[in-house]
Design a protein around this ligand. Structure first.
Ligand code: VAH
Length: 316
């Protein structure tokens, strides 16, 4: 049976829905730090669980006979800069709790998300390789790089079956991101449909790796279901779909919403974005577990606008 910690987050929400569809609602336990109105809580077993509380995690695992854990709880890049202590505590200790429970054979398999935030200013910017210089300059990136090192250590020394993906910016319409630097690429669609205009907190030529949520969730399940012997990377896998700038995204949006206008007002998140890669090389994931993306920027734009028009009720 499957436990999701952080089930109400941007990825957790959609991951929970797919896991319930895949394994049956009765075999999936969704948890988060607080209850919400979302279908995550009403659509199956939900419990309040603080990812920093090891004994609470252990009790939940034993109560529900959990074998697999998806640890999706984290403080993202922008929020982490505002609250470093909480971000380090949550991002790092939740992982160590789960790793130790797996070392003690209480958990069979773990998924843990890393991020392109593990790369830094002096990592190669274009087609950033699986193995390269990694000097993250954000609290979030530091916590994710440390986490990758612990994942590999627990696999090598205790045989823990933990699997991880370095997610790019993820774009979705079912649940909003919170506290990220790539969040502009979600907010822009909501604003375009509701108000016809958006003030972007990154400069127009800031290119970042991005991916549609469906691709990210499929990658997660494909990696978790891969033969253990094929999962050769036990730090975290690069995966990629597309890269674009706010300007390129705006032009694509204007093809469907011609009246849409954008203005640029970079804030502290510009420095975070400037330290990250522009594009990612995912050859290793392709070779090890047959990863491939299916949704490019044009498809993301049409999916987002079509679905958000239904959800938001469009004025266009
Ligand atoms: C963030 N969406 O912006 C997350 C992610 C690569 C970006 O880590 O912090």
């Amino acid at each position: 049976k499957v436990l999701i910690i952080g089930a109400c987050g941007q990825i957790g929400t959609e991951l929970t829905a797919v896991l319930r569809d895949t394994y049956g609602t009765a075999n999936v336990v969704a948890t988060d730090i607080r209850k919400s109105e979302s279908n995550v809580c009403s659509g199956g077993t939900f419990e309040v669980l603080d990812a920093r509380d090891k004994e609470a995690i252990r009790a939940c695992i034993e109560k529900h006979e959990i074998t697999d854990v998806y640890l999706m709880a984290a403080i993202l890049s922008a929020a982490a800069e505002k609250n470093p202590e909480l971000a380090w505590d949550l991002n790092m200790n939740s992982l160590l709790h789960v790793l130790n429970l797996a070392k003690d054979k209480i958990i069979k398999k773990i998924f843990w998300p890393s991020s392109i935030a593990v790369f830094g200013q002096n990592s190669p910017k274009k087609n950033t390789p699986q193995y390269t210089i990694m000097e993250p300059s954000t609290v979030y990136g530091i916590s994710k790089l440390s986490g990758e090192r612990w994942c590999e250590y627990y696999h090598k020394n205790f045989g823990v079956d933990i699997r991880s993906i370095r997610y790019p910016g993820i774009i979705s319409w079912k649940a909003n991101p919170g506290g990220g630097t790539t969040d502009y690429a979600v907010e822009i669609f909501h604003e375009a449909i509701k108000n016809g205009r958006y003030t972007c907190f990154l400069s127009e030529d800031t290119s970042l790796p991005m991916m549609y949520m469906d691709d990210a969730v499929r990658a997660t399940l494909d990696l978790m279901n891969a033969e253990a012997s094929n999962v050769k990377v036990r730090s975290s896998y690069n995966i990629a779909a597309t890269s674009f700038t706010p300007k390129e995204l705006t032009i694509a949006i204007q093809e469907l919403l011609p009246d849409f206008t954008i203005s640029y007002k970079p804030d502290f998140r510009q420095q975070i974005a400037d330290s990250w890669p522009e594009s990612i090389d995912d050859t290793v994931a392709k070779n090890d577990w047959d990863w491939s993306s299916r949704t490019d920027m044009k498809a993301i734009v049409s999916e987002m606008i079509m679905n958000l028009k239904k959800v938001l009720g469009s004025r266009f």
